[in-house]
Write a protein that binds this ligand. Structure first.
Ligand SMILES: O=P(O)(O)OC[C@H]1O[C@](O)(CO)[C@@H](O)[C@@H]1O
Length: 429
């Protein structure tokens, strides 16, 4: 049974692409990934390696939080929140009332004073837990948000505040780990050999996802299936490797932007997570596709014109799910004053699907190369599968470009500048 299908619609500029030219390089990369131990490759087998005890611990914590809080504040930025936020958006229903459940709020991913002020004010009548997540333990946004929310927790809960703070950080080192040990906060480990943007299937993602009411066992089951399926060395049988090769080939032929497109708004944070994954993994040494995204059909009415007829620097990757569990039908209207009765035998999903097909055709005819990734169902199993698929494809993609998928040296440049400016005595205007 295939869980994920990859297909393409390429115009004449790409007709002569031969996958098998990449067989040898892929095979070398495949073995390199299997064998390296000094790199941050712990995520490769993480879905298989996570123990039942670790999953139980997360379930127990999640139950405790749900019993004692109205809000879980997840403090983190980049890889320390995007994965969990992506899964929450994709699988937890929109517009549901929060009175009977807990709200999972992802905070500490900006430096806005008004955002922080309003956040604290919004907590006055609500009970909360804090889950601070940082692999390094020193990220500015996360650290200052934690300082504010730690103080506020003490104001609200006194001695008991420490029971409401959970720290997720590197298993071996870091400032946050030291703080947690000194203060007696409970800790969840991020394995040392897993970097931030590959950490979603560790407690980084699993605790917030579980509190959001999503079945983490199913997420892990989907990811485990992907570990097995996508460990196939033969390029023709491995969809992650094929996706990596397609991207590389398009990049080599001059395309500079990959536009990830979906027609379900709940996937918009999967786009955000994907952007960080590919952007930080590939964008170095003056190389790399620029990862961008669109939410259709909304963005057809803003960026659609550019994609169709603008500078031909991009290709599009459509992400879709064959079966969606919910739908809405168009009511029949006798008057037909809005002239929509021709659609009344169709549902929203029908119309959405047809508009996706129409968009693919139009963009293809406009000269945009198209990759299509389709999964069976929008559920926890397939989301787990998809996220692992992207991580595996991303690592292969970066190696094809001869860059290290697991570092982010460029990040230091702006961090240092900000730190230097903040250390200056004068206030920068
Ligand atoms: O988990 P940390 O160490 O706080 O890092 C958060 C994010 O910041 C980055 O270092 C980039 O600034 C990402 O690589 C990472 O996901």
């Amino acid at each position: 049974m295939t869980h994920l299908n990859l297909s393409t619609k390429f115009n004449e500029r790409l007709f002569d692409m031969d996958f098998m030219n990449f067989g040898h390089s892929i095979s070398l990369i495949h073995h390199h990934l299997e064998e390296v131990e000094d790199e941050l490759t712990g995520w490769l087998k993480q879905p298989l390696n996570i123990t039942a005890e670790e999953v139980d611990e997360i379930h127990n914590l999640s139950d405790e939080i749900k019993e004692n809080a109205d809000v879980l504040l997840v403090i983190g930025i980049g890889g320390s929140y995007l994965g969990a936020k992506a899964v929450q958006e994709a699988l937890a229903p929109n517009f549901t009332k929060k009175e009977n459940g807990i709200e999972v709020l992802f905070v500490g991913h900006n430096l806005s004073g008004s955002y922080m002020k309003r956040l604290v004010e919004s907590l006055h009548n609500r009970d909360f837990y804090v889950n601070v997540i940082s692999k390094s333990g020193t990220t500015l946004e996360t650290s200052i948000a934690f300082r504010v929310l730690r103080h506020y927790s003490i104001e609200r809960y006194g001695q008991n505040a420490k029971n409401r703070i959970i720290v997720t950080t590197d298993s071996e080192k870091g400032l946050l780990k030291e703080i947690a040990l000194a203060q007696g906060y409970r800790m969840l480990d991020i394995p040392s050999n897993i970097g931030g943007r590959y950490s979603l299937l560790t407690p980084v993602g699993l605790l917030p996802i579980s509190v959001a009411g999503i079945n983490i066992t199913e997420i892990l089951r989907g990811a485990c299936q992907a570990v097995i399926d996508l460990n196939e060395e033969d390029l023709e049988k491995n969809e992650a490797y094929r996706y990596a090769v397609l991207r590389y080939e398009l990049y080599s032929r001059g395309y500079q932007v990959e536009l990830l497109a979906s027609f379900e708004p709940c996937l918009s944070y999967i786009h955000e997570w994907w952007k960080q994954l590919f952007g930080e993994s590939e964008g170095k040494e003056k190389k790399g596709l620029f990862p961008a995204s669109v939410n259709y059909s909304t963005d057809l009415h803003s960026l659609g014109q550019y994609v169709q007829e603008g500078n031909p620097l991009l290709f599009e990757t459509f992400l879709s799910f064959k079966h969606l569990s919910e739908d809405c039908h168009l009511p029949f209207n006798e008057l037909d004053d809005d002239q929509l009765n021709y659609l009344s035998h169709r549902s929203f999903n029908d119309i959405n699907h047809i508009s996706e097909q129409g968009t693919v055709l139009a963009h293809f005819e406009g000269g945009v190369p198209i990759i299509q990734i389709e999964l069976e169902r929008l559920d926890a199993f397939h989301i787990g599968y998809l996220l692992y698929f992207f991580m595996k494809a991303c690592a292969i993609s970066a190696y094809l470009q001869d860059v290290n998928p697991f570092d982010q040296p460029g990040v230091e440049a702006y961090k240092t500048k900000i730190r230097d400016l903040l250390n200056e005595k004068t206030i920068v205007s």
